[in-house]
Design a protein around this ligand. Sequence first.
Ligand code: C2E
Ligand code: MG
Ligand code: MG
Ligand code: MG
Length: 288
Amino acid sequence: KCKADHRGALAIFGETLEQALHQRLQIATRLRYALERNELSLSYQPQICLSSGRIIGAEALLRWHNEDRLIPPDTFIPVAESSGSIVPIGAWVLEQACRQQRAWQRDTGQALRMAVNVSVRQLKDPGFIDSLDRIIGQTGMTPGLLELEITESTMMEDHQALIATLQAVRARGVQVAMDDFGTGYSSMKYLQELPIDRLKIDRSFIGHMTESEQDLGLVELMVKMGQLLRLGVIAEGVEHPRENDLLRQLGCDEAQGYLYQKPTHPEHIALLLREQGESPGHRLSGPA
Ligand code: C2E
Ligand code: MG
Ligand code: MG
Ligand code: MG
C-alpha cells in the first residue's frame, strides 16, 4: 500500500510518510487522555449459535470519539499498542465488558459469553494476570463466560512466553479464541500446542465462500480442523443468508456478522435478549 507520490516522497494511503508519522504522533498524544476524558466506549456484536439461531455471546468492540469524530479501531489500536497505552485501555475494556455481561445477566436472566479482544502487547505485560484476577474479582464475572480473542498473526511471536500466559488465563477457567484465523502463518504443530478453545474464521474467507469454490473449501477445512482439535469454531463477517446456510451445513458451531446484527449499544442487546427470553423458538437469523 506504499507508493511514491509525484514529489518522489514515500506515500502511505495517499499521505506522505511525514504526514503519516505526524498523524500517528497526534493519535498517540490524544489517546493518552482518551480514558480520563471519557472518549472511549464499547459496542457489542451478538454471537449466534448456528443450530438454534439464538444469541449465545457478544464481542466487545472499542470505539473512540475524539472531537466529534469516530476514529476506527484499525487506526488507533496499532498506535495504542506501540505507545503502550493499550495496557491501561485494555484493562478498562476488560472491566467494562465484564460489568456489562453482569448487567445483562441481572436484567434479562441470560448468561452470555463475553468475548474481549486482547493484544499480545497486553499479554506480555507482567501485570496482565493480576489485572485479570482483579477484574474478575471486582465484577463477579463468571470466568467460564469470559473469552479473550487474540489475533492469529500476532500469536506467533515469542510463543513460549505467550503459551505460559495463556495457560495461566485458562487455569482460571477463562477461554481463549484465535481471532482472524486463516490469515496468519501458524503451523499445524503450533496450533495443536496452543492452549486455545476456539477458532474464529476470518471474515475474508466467509465473504468469498459463496462465489469461490476455493474459499468454500478452505472454510470447510478450517471447520474440520477445529473439530479434529476439539475446538469450537465461529465464523465472523457473515452478511448473507446463503453464508449462514452453508456454514450450518459444514457443521460450524457459531457465527457473527451484519446478517444477524451490527455492533450496537448495550441497551439494544438487552432488548434482543429480552425478546429471545420471551419466545423459546426465537431466532435472530430467521426460520431455519
Ligand atoms: P476483530 O476482532 O476481528 O473484529 C471484527 C471486526 O469486523 C469489527 O470491526 C466488526 O465491527 C467487523 N464486523 C463484524 N461483522 C461484520 C460483517 O458482517 N461485515 C464486515 N465487513 N465487518 C464486520 P471493528 O469494530 O472496526 O474492529 C476492528 C478490529 O479492531 C477488531 O477486529 C480488533 O482486532 C480490533 N479491536 C476492536 N476493539 C478492540 C479492543 O478492545 N482491544 C483490542 N486490542 N483490539 C480491538
Ligand atoms: Mg475479535
Ligand atoms: Mg476477527
Ligand atoms: Mg481483526
